[in-house]
Design a protein around this ligand. Structure first.
Ligand code: URA
Length: 275
């Protein structure tokens, strides 16, 4: 990617503004002053990016993938109505980069949210046919028992919907805490399912989205990840929820083009040797 385009892609402004940064010899990448707008920059291997003496976080290009621990009271929208946008959690100039959330979390929902500029990845990850597992920890208003879980697993009819939706898994940690796995992504799905089963969500936290989790991060914290890293697949395979996340492995395969095909059910590769 040419330097000029690279700087634009990093959110440093218009073509003209980025050209001015280069002309005024203000751009240093990996310790080298950059003065040629057409110089080819390998966006995957920039480890330091400075304007004058100020360091900025280099965003991997052409595609980046971010795992964010979404805090409460942030909206998953570029045009928030009531609370700040989740994109405002990123530093300048990153927040000006064209990026999308992979699915949405309500303003009051916390937990893992994936953000990317890779539209194909976004589409593949959210397409219903891929049945990506999303695991939620649901705080319930009323105490629940096994029959409540069974109702969710058998399927409930959502208000204003024509077909029933089923939980892939529903288990109580205690009478007020439900661990719910769903593989579809309808509007307010968890809250509506719980309401349809006769209870109410008091708090909602997403612990897992496919193979990704933000449980080791503080609310508001984020990190880049690469769907190409072997760790991703290893993590997925080792993960106790592996049965439900086979399609995230599929995405991994599609993206890294290793020609690895999952020809066996996930159970049979659960002890796949570490990379
Ligand atoms: N289901 C909901 O009801 N809300 C969310 O934020 C995510 C899933």
């Amino acid at each position: 990617m040419q330097l000029l385009k690279y700087l634009q892609a990093q959110g440093f402004g218009s073509r003209k503004q980025c050209q001015t940064l280069i002309d005024h010899e203000r751009v240093t990448i990996n310790g080298c002053l950059k003065t040629q707008a057409k110089e080819d920059i390998d966006g995957m291997h920039v480890h330091s990016l400075m304007i004058d003496d100020q360091p900025f976080t280099p965003v991997p290009m052409p595609y980046f993938y971010i795992c964010l621990h979404k805090p409460a009271d942030y909206e998953t929208s570029h045009k928030p109505q009531q609370y700040p946008s989740v994109f405002s959690l990123f530093p300048e100039p990153m927040r000006h980069i064209d990026m999308q959330a992979v699915g949405r979390l309500d303003a009051d929902t916390t937990g893992v949210l994936i953000i990317t500029n890779d539209g194909q990845f976004n589409h593949r990850t959210t397409a219903p046919k891929h049945k990506l597992a999303k695991i939620y920890r649901v705080s319930l208003k009323h105490p629940a028992d096994e029959s409540f879980c069974n109702t969710l697993k058998r399927g409930v009819l959502l208000h204003d919907d024509h077909e029933t939706v089923q939980a892939a898994e529903a288990e109580l940690s205690d009478a007020h805490t439900l661990m719910l796995t769903i593989t579809t992504g309808k509007y307010h799905q968890v809250k509506r399912m719980v309401a349809a089963a006769g209870n109410r969500v008091e708090a909602l936290h997403r612990t897992q989205f496919g193979s990704w989790s933000a449980e080791d991060m503080a609310p508001g914290e984020w990190r880049f990840f690469s769907p190409m890293q072997p760790q991703t697949i290893r993590h997925s395979v080792m993960n106790p929820a592996a049965k439900q996340i086979d399609f995230s492995l599929d995405i991994y395969v599609v993206h890294n083009q290793f020609n690895l095909r999952l020809t066996h059910p996930i159970d049979s590769i659960i002890n796949y040797p570490p990379y």
